[in-house]
Design a protein around this ligand. Structure first.
Ligand code: HEC
Ligand code: HEC
Length: 490
């Protein structure tokens, strides 16, 4: 609203130019006596308000005029942050992308370089009234939780963000989607029904129960440190080619959240229409994507950003690892048994170790991308059907909770209840007695687990098994189990 005039300076320059013999001003009329008038502000622009995600536009055509009727050129200075606004011709427009003030100085300049400015402010706010009603204080778009800036230790080097890095806005939307039971046909099941925070985002059951009693074919997977891995395919059998591709499948799975479009069930388009009619999604999608459109891809991007932000790096293992240069040396904070267990985990069987690190690689404990199946060959809950396709494991971090009890049974079929059962499995991998055919079993078993043509037999002593178990217990973190930003916002 306050304006300053650049007219005096411009007029002085004009005089100099004439006195200097014209310079570039060769078209000046022969008389040389023409005087130029400075443009004026004919109607100052009042301060404006805008909303994140809503089109903003103001035409400055009537703001300035010129006593000589010169054609005026308008330029603008947006101060430090234009928040998505820009000038085209005489119109300032755009979709504001963040809240705060934009102080705009618009300047009109005539062909002789005389100019005048007008300054006004656009105050951009976020429309989140429905969010405030539904979530109380647990979601505040003006004050987002820090998902993207979580500390990652410098020894963590494997990263698979799939070209969709975490943003605080995207992960906040992902959090709402993750916990929203209205994303299931019965209104009773959310991602969190089968990925429980207090269980390392896994499930206590061998398999999980979705809508109308539907059962999953496999055990739920812990969603820990999924971003810190070389393996880019998801699910136990790696059938999803990316994190993002995975994320909308449970919603459309007939047995999980039910929007399958099969057997009379509604499909994903029905769900999207329902979400578009839900005010807090209108507000959230507008905030994150700057327009309210809801698509499968946007749901995938946001959910993947949230699940990627489930990061666990505050275990006793991490405390020790931070104090040494590599995993091969003893950790100062470990007991002798824990250090011995670490050595067993790292060393190959031909060195007297258990060779776990060949597939579950320190320090991320991600699965080696070339891993094949590990000798666990049953379909969950079945004693006859077999499944030799499972080649992925969640990170071996947080196998048990801080209290020491398992975060659900282990393996794709949930067949191993305890860490000791896991160690016993690898110590002496059992061949199938009937189905599957032995040749199929051996052909698909990872050859790192085959010795002289037979499934491996490590011959670990009971003491060595205790040590290996003690080491696995050090991989459990603390914060993910209670971290507010990873919790149910409803
Ligand atoms: C009814 C239970 C259930 C629901 C609901 C569910 N999941 Fe899962 N989730 C599972 C099971 C079981 C697996 C393993 C499936 C497999 O490998 O075949 C899994 C696997 C995953 C994986 C793969 C992890 C990895 O490391 O490969 C991700 C990611 C995941 N779920 C995220 C989600 C998200 C996001 C939602 C909500 C949109 C969701 N889940 C809803 C049971 C469920
Ligand atoms: C040849 C590669 C390979 C080696 C070596 C290996 N694993 Fe695995 N591990 C896998 C695969 C693949 C899975 C998932 C298989 C499944 O569920 O069918 C898995 C699953 C697991 C799981 C279950 C994880 C969960 O979330 O349920 C644990 C625990 C585990 N391994 C521990 C170990 C230990 C301890 C060792 C060493 C004694 C070891 N593994 C050696 C490949 C390997």
């Amino acid at each position: 609203m306050n304006y300053r005039t650049g007219g005096l300076l411009a007029a002085a320059l004009l005089v100099t130019a004439c006195g200097g013999g014209g310079g570039g001003n060769t078209t000046t009329p022969a008389s040389g006596t023409t005087t130029n008038s400075t443009p004026v502000v004919s109607s100052t622009v009042a301060d404006q308000s805008g909303n994140v995600g809503y089109e903003f536009s103001i035409d400055l055509a009537g703001t300035f005029s010129d006593p000589d009727n010169d054609t005026l050129t308008i330029t603008t200075d947006f101060g430090g942050n234009a928040r998505g606004l820009s000038l085209s011709g005489t119109v300032i427009s755009g979709v504001p992308d963040s809240s705060g003030d934009v102080t705009i100085t618009a300047t009109a300049t005539d062909p002789d370089g005389a100019s005048i400015s007008d300054t006004f402010t656009v105050s951009v706010t976020i429309d989140q009234s429905a969010i405030a009603t539904v979530f109380g204080g647990s979601i505040d778009l003006e004050n987002l939780d820090d998902f993207s800036g979580q500390p990652v230790p410098n020894y963590i080097t494997k990263v698979n963000d799939g070209g969709n890095p975490i943003t605080n806005a995207g992960a906040t939307l992902g959090r709402v989607l993750f916990y929203d039971t209205s994303l299931s046909t019965t209104g009773t099941v959310s991602c969190a029904s089968c990925h429980v925070q207090s269980l390392g985002f896994s499930d206590a059951g061998v398999v999980s129960t979705g809508v109308e009693g539907g059962q999953t074919g496999r055990h739920s997977m812990r969603l820990i440190n999924t971003m810190f891995a070389d393996e880019t395919d998801f699910f136990w059998d790696e059938r999803a080619p990316s994190h993002e591709a995975q994320e909308s499948q449970p919603i459309q799975d007939h047995n999980e959240m039910g929007f399958s479009g099969q057997n009379g069930r509604p499909d994903l388009d029905t769900l999207i229409a329902q979400m578009e009619a839900t005010e807090y999604y209108e507000e959230l999608f507008r905030f994150v994507f700057l327009d309210p459109e809801i698509t499968e891809q946007r749901i995938q991007l946001a959910l993947a950003q949230f699940t990627k932000s489930i990061q666990s790096f505050d275990s006793r293992y991490d405390t020790g690892r931070a104090q040494v240069n590599n995993d091969d040396v003893d950790f100062p904070n470990f007991t002798a048994d824990e250090n011995a267990g670490k050595t067993l985990f790292m060393d190959n069987p031909n060195q007297g170790g258990a060779g776990c690190d060949r597939c579950h690689r320190t320090p991320e404990f991600d699965i080696a991308p070339n891993s094949n199946q590990n000798g666990i060959f049953r379909v969950a809950g079945s004693t006859t059907e077999f499944d030799l396709t499972n080649e992925r494991s969640p990170s071996l971090r947080d196998l048990v909770g801080p209290g020491g009890s398992s975060n659900g049974p282990f393996m794709h079929d949930g067949s191993l209840a305890t860490l000791r059962d896991v160690i016993d499995h690898y110590d002496d991998i059992q061949e199938p007695t009937s189905e599957p055919p032995l040749s199929d079993f051996l052909n698909t078993l990872d050859n790192r687990l085959i010795q002289n043509g037979n499934p491996q037999n490590l011959n670990l002593t009971e003491n060595e098994k205790d040590q290996l178990e003690a080491f696995l217990l050090t991989l459990t973190g603390v914060s993910i189990y209670t971290d507010e930003k990873l919790s149910d916002p409803f």
